[in-house]
Design a binder for this molecule. Structure first.
Ligand code: PMV
Length: 338
């Protein structure tokens, strides 16, 4: 029944300079470049098997964290599988099973790790079945980018910059520094693990309706220059300040789009204030960033991870914490889920 299968583990990433808004929704070309760190302990592991049978949209099976999916997750997966089928000239349905090490769809970039792992496993399965002409990782990243922009950054370990580009081949992510360059930490404070009501995929299409979007896109180039230099110099103060500023500006765009998007909750705002107090009043070197969800990503140096984790875990509205350093590129696994 199964022709061939493969399994890949890919890691989520957190952007210091965020991607928000698209200029071409078919190719998923972003309005601006972005820069992230791949996360060591937030990952998706995905087995893809190509099956016998003829393709109809419904034939692909997708199971995430034990639940068979229909609706938008299934549709987006089928679209990505269709692009792979077209590239490879095959017509087989796929059986996909994916497990996340963290709550999916809550602003911890499960779409980045999920679509990255799916693409690598789907191509590798074909290689395991004897195909010698599978897309290389750069090409795979372009295929994944069209399902979830941030997925193209998860193809590299460490610190990664995605250049907006002007077409499919120039919109690519490159490593700025490897995982061993700097043991920067991201302690994720989970304030709400439920899936968010608007996906970032849908949110990107609203960015252009905000009167602030044009100004943000204009400023992002200097944010990227600052963040890149800060990473190279291992300068947490500079990276932390630009990350907070960039995240705030992105949320200002979200809040002022039509209809407005409000991803932060009361707990997020209270914790942002607390983090600033820890820094400004107690001298604890700690900064935050936040994606399209209420959960805060708290940035600190390795020496402060214990203290920061301890404080966050005791904070009343924090349900869970996830401690990450810089993570690796996608890895193939020898054991499969089925
Ligand atoms: O890749 P998407 O469509 O899930 O969008 C990601 C958007 C943000 O997480 C808010 C920012 C980013 O650059 O990761």
């Amino acid at each position: 029944m199964y022709r061939c299968k493969a399994t890949c583990r890919a890691h989520a990433n957190i952007a210091f300079v965020k991607y928000w808004g698209v200029v071409d929704s078919n190719l998923n070309l972003p309005a601006n470049g972005s820069l992230s760190m791949t996360l060591s302990h937030a990952h998706s592991t995905t087995t893809v098997a190509w099956m016998d049978g003829s393709p109809t949209g419904e034939a692909d099976i997708l199971v995430i964290d034990g639940k068979e999916q229909s609706g938008s997750a299934h549709r987006r997966t089928v679209s990505l599988l269709d692009r792979i089928r077209t590239a490879m000239g095959i017509h087989w349905p796929a059986h996909v099973e994916s497990r996340n090490s963290f709550p999916a769809s809550a602003g911890i970039a499960s779409s980045a790790s999920g679509f990255c792992a799916l693409t690598v496993a789907a191509c590798q399965a074909l290689a395991a079945g004897g195909r010698r002409d599978i897309p290389n990782r750069l090409h795979q990243a372009r295929l994944a980018r069209r399902a979830s922009g941030s997925a193209c950054r998860s193809f590299q370990g460490g610190f990664v910059e995605w250049s907006a580009g002007v077409d499919d081949t120039t919109s690519v992510a490159c490593q700025v520094a490897g995982p061993d360059h700097w043991p920067l930490h991201d302690v994720v404070a989970v304030l709400d693990a439920d899936p968010k009501s608007v996906s970032s995929h849908d949110g990107h299409r609203l960015a252009a309706t905000s009167p602030l979007q044009e100004e943000r896109v204009r400023q992002v180039q200097s944010h990227l220059n600052t963040a890149r230099a800060a990473i190279r110099a291992r300068d947490l103060k500079s990276l932390g300040e630009i990350s907070e500023r960039d995240a705030m500006l992105m949320h200002a765009v979200m809040m002022s789009s039509e209809p407005p998007l409000l991803f932060l909750n009361e707990g997020s705002v209270a914790l942002m204030r607390q983090i600033r107090d820890w820094r400004l009043q107690e001298g604890l070197e700690v900064y935050f960033t936040v994606d399209a969800g209420p959960n805060l990503h708290v940035l600190c140096n390795e020496a402060n991870v214990g203290e920061v984790s301890h404080r966050l875990a005791r904070w009343p509205s924090v349900q869970d914490i996830l401690v990450n350093g810089p993570g690796p590129a996608p890895e193939l696994r020898n054991s499969h889920f089925f």
